[in-house]
Design a protein around this ligand. Structure first.
Ligand code: MN
Length: 201
């Protein structure tokens, strides 16, 4: 279980401490526990990395395969989500990622607008991703439940949780306010690192 990378109240007022604690210590932990339970039943998979579990063919029956994929996806997604945020009015992206955002979206405001539009158009529970392909072309993707983008071969830069448990205590039904405010705690430094690591220059 990866520890929370910052104090629980440090994302306020964007995300309240109670939401952070429930989300990390209960929701995230449940996926870790579920994955461990599943792996206890399947010892050969215990040496696989999280990424391998999510991208390689699992030697399991249909329903058991789905249980492993959901649990592993929940672990991967929440890990990236909590790393995608950082307290203390984060600075914007660095040089490389800034240039990519301008090339692909025009400017930062257009990226944010499109990202929020994706968050609002997702029906039910899921995730909004900013990803890059190996040539540095950026794409916003949306997945339901605990599905990841890893099988596409794209590299995720950051990830917004739009399950209701991510915002409901503070924002109730107003997902738009959560999505717009989320950019104020976005960890651009981490996104830039992910971008530079993946894109061949
Ligand atoms: Mn969640």
């Amino acid at each position: 279980m990866p520890p929370l990378p910052y104090p629980a109240d440090s994302l306020e007022p964007v995300i309240d401490a109670e939401t952070v604690i429930l989300h990390h210590d209960r929701h995230f932990k449940k996926y870790v526990d579920d994955l461990n339970s599943q792996l206890c039943l399947t010892p050969p998979l215990q040496s696989w990395t999280l990424e391998e579990l999510l991208t390689k063919a699992l030697p399991l029956s249909g329903s058991q395969r789905q249980l492993v994929l959901t649990a592993a996806g929940g672990v991967y997604n929440h890990g990236l989500y909590f790393r995608s945020m950082v307290p203390g009015l984060p600075k914007g992206p660095g040089k490389q990622l800034s240039a990519a955002i301008c090339r692909n979206f025009g400017d930062m405001e257009s990226l944010q607008k499109q990202f929020v539009r994706y968050a609002l158009s997702l029906v039910g529970s899921g995730w909004i991703w900013l990803c890059t392909d190996p040539s540095g072309h950026l794409r916003i993707l949306c997945t339901g439940n605990q599905v990841t983008v890893l099988p596409t071969g794209l590299c995720p830069l950051f990830l917004m949780d739009v399950w209701e448990h991510a915002y409901y205590l503070k924002y109730q039904n107003v997902r738009q306010r959560y999505a717009e405010n989320w950019f104020r705690v976005l960890n651009w430094e981490e996104a830039e690192k992910n971008y530079c690591r993946f894109v061949a220059r």
